[in-house]
Write a new protein. Structure first.
Length: 313
């Protein structure tokens, strides 16, 4: 039996509603899709498709029972303050893995082929010859080998880099040496030329990119953070760059996006900032994933990629 029509609220500060609403309306012809702030009576909202909570929070919607996140990460939904009855699913868009892999491979290659140093030499008017090294002498570690990290680690390995992956639970990935849990973190970090962070932001991972971790890396290692800004202790990165412990950092995510105009990262010659562009859900394909999950929820079937609210990802 078909369920009665319901109302779906869409809210995002990143995703363009004009890209999503027509697609969702076509895919869910029996539901009413409303783009915040044109939400109508909050008491009529049943489901939501969100990047972040709309202003005023989700308590305003007494009937809301399911949230489909527009992000692969869900920390920005502030799970801790969501009503306990709410079920949440995250975005797993197969197009995002290759996009993230491309971003991380670009950043790693820039360091491996010393483009960062060549850019500095050129600006200083110097013709510095730095002999290239084989990728096999440039070990790369990927923190978080889930949906995005696994594709990224595999792409780096296919390029010839020795690749290590680190996760919470033991994993096995072809061509990647896998480590798990805090006890194996030192072995994972030991000797890495570049460290890529693709972790979700949780109570366990907040501030994990800190001085103690940098001290386990060899001098002159590189950091690439495309997880979340709050993984990084920014003052510790600045100190590690000043001491030479780290030779450079590529940051796609920051505590504050964009950072304030006087933030030292803006003009730091060893920091490359990108504006949270590493991987985004593409509405062309992802709208049908969202619609499918909404229909699953409506039919009381298991939804895909449900977030474990206790674990936080
Ligand atoms: P995922 O599939 O849930 O994978 C998360 C990985 O992190 C898993 O391997 C997980 O281990 C590991 N992990 C979680 N907590 C850990 C801990 N305490 N210690 C060690 N490993 C831990 O997530 P995903 O889809 O790959 O996305 C990862 C993150 O990327 C998102 O949460 C988001 O923050 C970020 N992201 C950024 C962008 C961007 O544009 N910059 C785009 C999309 C996503 P287990 O396998 O053992 O669970
Ligand atoms: C983007 O940062 C995402 O979590 O999808």
């Amino acid at each position: 039996m078909e369920a009665a029509p319901c109302t779906v609220l869409f809210h995002s500060t990143l995703d363009d509603p004009s890209e999503w609403i027509p697609r969702l309306s076509t895919l869910l012809p029996n539901e009413t899709i409303r783009a915040w702030p044109d939400e109508g009576d909050p008491a009529n909202i049943d489901l939501a498709v969100l990047w972040t909570q709309p202003p005023g929070g989700l308590e305003r919607y007494p009937r809301l029972s399911f949230v489909q996140s527009l992000g692969a990460g869900v920390n920005q939904l502030e799970l801790d303050v969501l009503p306990p009855r709410l079920r949440v699913a995250r975005m797993v868009d197969p197009a995002m893995g290759p996009m993230m892999a491309e971003y991380c491979l670009t950043a790693v290659l820039r360091y491996h082929r010393r483009f960062d140093a060549h850019e500095r030499s050129q600006r200083a008017g110097r013709w510095d010859f730095i002999p290239p090294v084989s990728p096999r002498h440039f070990p790369v570690g990927v923190m978080g080998v889930g949906e995005l990290g696994a594709v990224t680690a595999t792409a780096l390995a296919a390029h010839g880099f020795p690749v290590r992956g680190w996760s919470s639970r033991p994993r096995s990935l072809s061509g990647v040496t896998c480590f798990a849990g805090h006890s194996e973190l030192p072995a994972f970090l030991d000797g890495l030329a570049a460290l890529v962070c693709l972790l979700p932001l949780t109570a366990q991972t907040r501030g994990i990119l800190n001085a103690a971790l940098f001290d386990r890396l060899p001098n002159g290692a590189y950091l690439i953070n495309a997880g979340r800004g709050a993984h990084l202790v920014e003052a510790d990165l600045l100190a590690a760059l000043a001491s030479g412990r780290l030779a450079g950092a590529t940051l796609d995510v920051l505590h504050e996006e964009p950072p304030p105009s006087d933030h030292p990262f803006w003009r730091h010659e060893r920091v490359l900032l990108t504006p949270h562009v590493a991987a985004l859900a593409d509405p062309d394909g992802a709208a049908s994933l969202v619609a499918d999950n909404i229909m699953r929820f409506r039919r009381s079937e298991p939804v895909l990629n449900e977030v474990d609210r206790m674990r936080g990802y």
